[in-house]
Design a binder for this molecule. Sequence first.
Ligand SMILES: [Zn+2]
Length: 594
Amino acid sequence: MTNHDETFMTAIHYTVEAADLHAHLFRVTLTIAEPAALQTVSLPVWIPGSYLVREFSKNLQNLQAKQGSRKVTITQRNKCTWDIACNEGVPLVLQYEVYAFDNSVRTAWLDSQRGFFNGTSVCLRVHGQEKLAHQLKLPAVKGHPSWQAATGLTPVKTDKRGFGLYTAANYDELVDCPVELGHFWSGNFTACGIPHRFVVAGNLPSFDGERLLDDTQRICEAEIQFWHGQGKLAGKKAPHADYLFMLNAVNDGYGGLEHRNSTALICNRADLPRQTSPRTNEGYTTLLGLISHEYFHTWNVKQLRPDALASYDYTQENYTPLLWFFEGFTSYYDDILLRRAGLIDDATYIKLLGKTIVQVQQTPGRHVQSVAQASYDAWVKYYRQDENTVNATVSYYTKGALVALCLDLSLRKESHSLDAVMRGLWKRCKAGPMREQDLLDELQSLTGRSWDKEIKAWVHSTLDLPLRELLAHQGIDIQAETSTMTQRLGLRVSEVGGSVQIKAVMRGSAAETAGLAAGDEWLGLEVGNKAQGGSWRLSKLDDLPALLGRERKLTALVSRDKRLLRLPLSVPAQASTWQLSVPKDRASGQWPAA
Ligand SMILES: [Zn+2]
């Protein structure tokens, strides 16, 4: 370090250098001004917002410690924790490298095109000093004069490109502000007086940045006003003084992770708006939904949050039964707020809602776990998906969104709304930790009656939700749509290169009865007697109706572990799924209606 830095130096100081782009290595220098005699440091095992133990320490290497010129002994305590015996009060300097080659929003990435990291992947936690101010120095990247840096951290002394010194009030804030590095597109807007920045990496030359900025601004204004009203002071009441969107556009990818005053997003490059493309585009609507979702989390999970996450334990799973509220209700509002911001019409909104309903209906696991149980088990079920996930659990995103819908429509029947409940909770919980009882109390105080029965049935049981009745009351038509062959048989398949690979078999389905299993390749079928039917190669399930005619019985020929199996299969009669529509005579407007 230089004398220049020491002027600003706080108790905990990190320098994160993009040291070797081709080896994908960040080099981290951590200076602890006043270490304990036995100073413990550790790397988190998970990142808040993504409920899976990811063992970030597997990418940490070459940890060394020095006091002055003296090398200090490091004793490893477990997979992610180290004890360092030092001279108390003498500055301790740790140096290590972090391998960064995960192109997701959850860890870290470094190559010749861009860099990205979350503090949970690169910043060791200094035990006992987490509450002190933490500094992060980002040196400019050698040989890349056009690269910039962007982060939600507070700048102390930075250059025009964003390199330099940043500060965080504590360790939690440091690791809640990911950093984007590279030659990225950047634009700004204000929403209700709050400055916002949007940076995009990986975009095509035809990318229409102005349109993305305009549409995002409308989302942000709709959400700030949702929580804090239409008044002039709405922006002043928001929990954030500024906000940063970091979007990485890739060939094939989707996802986002919420942070206190920023979000990291991934989308398909093809879904970005283009100067020449029409206004409506399904992929772009999905991206706007993602932006809306992560921004809504600024209130709902980063401030108002499960009481179990009042303070994060970075060393192990942090269990909460409330993800159906924090993820599900956020999922309910992400699309509704696109509608309210005027970015989609009623028909598009209802189509998105219909898709969510069918997704839940196609999940047999909804009769095995309640959304509260699914939330608690997120660490071992939803985040560790396999062929049995669909039978074992239910998504707290989709079913949670439908719980919000049922609550909203029920409240509206009694001349209230879920909007008022959300704002009431914000006040009741002082924008902080929340328990399920707080929701029940808020419902009771708003409506003057108990909602225990509804919450028990919708959140804590595996019964289906009363959607048909509540949607009918809103004037939404539910039509039967012919189900696909995969839905009729109860399969999830991939059909690539003329081969039908079975990915999952639904509980209680015809495919399960026949003995089909995940991992099977469905090669062909025998149908009817040889004269009338015969044996056929199968390359996609949609060919089945033509091969079967009126016949419903067939023998499936499948390959499992190189053995050929003949499995008799009865194709169920035609079934149907739901298709929602807004009646044609209904005026376009805010949905749902009071
Ligand atoms: Zn979310």
